[in-house]
Design a protein around this ligand. Structure first.
Ligand code: PLP
Length: 825
């Protein structure tokens, strides 16, 4: 058989990657045989498909080699469970990873096609909200690049993150029908199907050995069907897999109804069960508590664990040693039901003792916490769990029983500690998923140094005391392959020319750029590249929105989800302040600026949507005021997603990372910008602190209250009225916004914003940080007046970003949490 396969792969379908002529022939062959279109009349869409299939074939071949090596090795594998994977488009990434871009471009030219036009045919798979999903995608890239045996598991949402348009200044959401024309990259595995059960009841009995066994019966079942996406790494023979589950009804028709002739009733159940993988919840860092979401979480956890156990049992028998071959990372608490689910599988299905199963479970899982915001901590109503997952609720109670026993032993007589540490919130009658994930894991990590410290000191202090060494930090990172090599080819070429290509897989090699700061010719080329990237951004924006911008001006960019804690509002206050100063002639030598703000608001988040609207209203006034027009422009970048980020980030001079200290767990946008030579204006929050430590205090604009000062200010009784009273500029700015200066047709439009800032107590300290922010922006202007001095600092930022690669994050997880090593292939 081996020989047969080898021979068959030698035939004319086989692609010789070294040879553009051969690639061209393969494209034509795939066009005819796979796409089924006449090459003579094929357009970019068909050529994209043919190319995708050619690449998919190569990936499949390589993927099989990886699997064989893994079975041979029998190494411990890592499974990354995440509700979200924000991968971005695949085509250019695969070409880059395989080293194929130049030859494919040539082959396509011979066919009268332009690779860049083809690439636009691919929809951007938006299977995530923001940072958390994008992190998962960066991690898959680093795992594959460095040859770790890693798999991703998630959901194949039929509708991903909505696409955003702005109509009459307001966000409008449109369904993201990304599968409308199929997905060229996926392999559907109709043979990899698992039942996932819901509802029903528990029947316990004594088996023949006298042991109590429980069965979950009378359930409503759904099938999970596997769809695989091959994950490539840069210049790496290892191919990883991202397996996404799609829900399918177990029975197509309920014949009882069908026989009665009620066709609609017959298919209704089918539709209901298939809604499980229908749509991504578009909320970042807030939870809604809807039953469908709970079912989605369990659906993908259950299918993934069944798959992981099946793979383990193909070569091993003894499930009590599962943890020696399997490490499972829980990306936030969304997959935390994996803890009771693994217990159920081990105890109820495979007959392990409770104690033994618990040991295996705890050694198998690790959990990454992503947020400190209380509204983002998942809890589920006991009643809902009882209805949807009755056996899991029982298992959670059993886990809690043992857990509380240990808590009593560790903190004798401390009833308040017991209450706080319980998996059950007695007041609200809800299960605390973070607590479940903590007790069910061997390691818990935060995603930046400050975040991990706050987790240990303020959010879970008793857990930290009880489990010394369990809480560890792994600062997030971004992959330099997408966020420099792919999105900024000019800067990549300059760097490679200057210091060689090592940075592509070892970002610390960028340190070698430092001496070039003193090289005037290098600085000039660096500046020219930034200008070219700004022009590219300006052209893209004009094509998309019709808004013209001036690439000579300072490009000041804040792109990320719209959220009060990220403080886009602070940005707007500064813009209005600047506008007023320009209008009233208070400054005469202002640096011309274009302020870009972009991001999606959760559909039900009224204040976030109001902030978008305010940006639009301010932009309309400012951009049409001839008195200031060449000195200040405001632009809302619609539909922020990975593809838009790839154009926006390289074009930025200034990166806005201005969250209230103590609220942004890490941030990864901050890293992408600095890596592309933007300077950061930011608070001492999340990974900004570590960025400052790396790039040096002189090469970043830090402002505002620290986490401790925020807490202190609040403790002493923070009074927003007082802050405003003492700052005439701030008073004027707020007056303009709340009096309808920017929206005379509806003067009370921003009442809700006014209310949060004043009556609501300005929870995110926007007003408290206003003055410090305005002062920091003045320092930005001063530096920008000296392009050469600015460029020196920007180059030093790039040179000192080595630490923020997701490669470093992954090496740290591999060493400190997973205990896995790269494969040999
Ligand atoms: C990196 C990224 C994010 C995260 O940005 P933050 O500034 O860290 O919040 C969100 N969305 C997209 C599309 C990204 O690429």
């Amino acid at each position: 058989m081996d020989e047969l396969v080898k021979e068959a792969l030698e035939d004319d379908f086989r692609v010789n990657l070294e040879d553009a002529e051969n690639i061209k022939r393969a494209l034509i062959a795939y066009m005819v045989r796979v796409v089924g279109h006449d090459p003579r009349s094929a357009g970019p869409r068909q050529w994209f498909l043919a190319l995708a299939h050619v690449i998919k074939g190569i990936l499949s071949e390589r993927g099989m080699k990886t699997s064989r090596a893994q079975y041979g090795d029998d190494t411990r594998r890592v499974y990354y469970l995440s509700m979200e994977f924000l991968t971005g488009r695949r085509l250019m990434k695969h070409l880059l990873d395989l080293g194929l871009e130049a030859n494919v471009r040539t082959a396509l030219e011979a066919l009268g096609q332009d690779l860049d036009v083809l690439a636009e045919e691919e929809p951007d798979p938006a299977l995530g909200n923001g940072g958390l999903g994008r992190l998962a995608a960066c991690f898959l890239d680093s795992l594959a690049t460095h040859g770790y045996p890693g798999y991703g598991y998630g959901i194949r949402y039929e509708f991903g993150m909505f696409s955003q348009t702005i109509e009459d200044g307001q966000q409008v959401e449109h369904p993201d029908n990304w599968l409308r024309r199929g997905n060229a990259w996926e392999f559907v595995r109709h043979n990899v199907v698992y039942p996932v059960r819901f509802h029903g009841r528990i029947a316990c009995f004594r088996d023949e050995t006298g042991r109590e066994r429980c069965e979950w019966v009378d359930t409503d079942d759904v099938h999970a069907v596997a769809y695989d996406l091959k994950v490539t790494g840069y210049d790496s023979p290892v191919i990883s897999n991202l397996r996404l589950w799609s829900a399918r009804a177990t029975t197509d028709f309920d014949l009882r109804f069908f026989n009665e002739g009620n066709y609609i009733e017959a298919v209704k159940d089918k539709t209901t069960s298939e809604t499980l993988s229908k749509v991504l919840y578009p909320m970042d860092t807030t939870v809604l508590g809807q039953e469908l979401r709970l079912k989605q979480e369990y659906f993908f956890v259950s299918a993934s664990l069944q798959d992981i156990l099946a793979r383990y049992l193909r070569v091993h028998e003894d499930l009590s040693r599962l943890h020696t071959k399997v490490a499972i990372q829980l990306n936030d608490t969304h997959p935390a039901l994996a803890v009771p689910e693994l217990m159920r599988l081990l105890v109820d299905i495979h007959g392990l003792d409770w104690e033994e199963a618990w040991k295996v479970t705890r050694e198998t899982f690790s959990y990454t916490n992503h947020t400190l915001l209380p509204e983002a901590l998942e809890t589920w109503p006991i009643g809902m769990l009882e209805h949807v997952l009755p056996r899991h609720l029982e298992i959670i109670y059993l886990i809690n029983h043992d857990h509380l026993q240990q808590v009593r032993f560790r903190f004798p007589g401390e009833m308040e500690v017991l209450r706080r540490m319980s998996l059950v919130d007695e007041d609200t009658q809800r299960i605390r998923m973070a607590h479940l994930a903590i007790v069910g894991s061997s390691k818990v990590n935060g995603v930046a140094a400050l975040h991990t410290r706050l987790l240990r000191e303020t959010v879970f202090p008793e857990f930290d005391e009880m489990y010394p060494g369990k809480f560890v930090n792994v600062t997030n990172g971004v992959t330099q392959r997408r966020w420099l090599l792919q999105c900024n080819p000019m800067l990549s070429d300059l760097i490679t020319e200057a210091v060689g290509p090592a940075w592509k897989t070892d970002l610390t090699a960028l340190h070698d750029l430092e001496p070039l700061v003193e090289d005037a010719a290098f600085r000039e080329r660096f500046i020219a590249i930034k200008v070219a990237n700004k022009q590219r951004l300006a052209e893209h924006l004009e094509a998309e929105t019709g808004v013209a911008t001036d690439a000579e001006s300072l490009f000041d960019v804040q792109v990320k989800r719209i959220h009060e804690y990220k403080r886009q509002l602070l940005n707007v206050l500064h813009v209005v302040h600047r506008y007023r100063q320009l209008r009233e002639g208070l400054v005469t030598d202002a640096v011309p600026r274009t302020v870009f703000i972009g991001g999606k608001a959760a559909p039900g988040y009224y204040l976030a949507k109001q902030i978008i609207r305010l940006i639009g209203d301010v932009a309309l006034t400012v951009n049409n005021d001839p008195q200031v027009n060449d000195r200040l422009k405001v632009v809302f970048l619609p539909n922020y997603n990975v593809s838009n980020a790839e154009i926006t980030i390289p074009g930025a001079n200034l990166s806005e990372q201005i969250s209230t200290a103590g609220t942004e767990a890490s941030g990864t946008g901050n890293m992408k910008f600095a890596l592309n030579g933007a300077l950061t204006i930011g608070t001492l929050d999340g990974a900004n602190i570590e960025i400052k430590d790396e790039v040096g205090d002189d090469n970043i604009f830090i402002f505002g209250l620290t986490t401790e000062q925020v807490a202190e200010t609040k403790r002493k009784g923070y009074n927003p009225w007082k802050v405003v009273e003492q700052d005439a500029d701030l008073r004027q700015v707020l007056d303009m916004i709340t009096s309808g200066y920017f929206n005379p047709q509806q003067t009370n439009r921003y009442q809700a914003i006014r209310d949060t800032l004043f009556d609501g107590g300005d929870h995110f300290m926007v007003l408290a940080d206003f003055r410090a922010y305005v002062d920091a922006q003045a320092r930005v202007d001063d530096l920008f007046r000296d392009p050469d001095a600015w460029a020196r600092k920007a180059i030093l930022n790039v040179a000192r970003m080595g630490y923020f690669s997701s490669d470093r994050s992954i090496h740290t997880y591999a060493r400190d949490i997973w205990n896995v090593a790269p494969m040999e292939i």
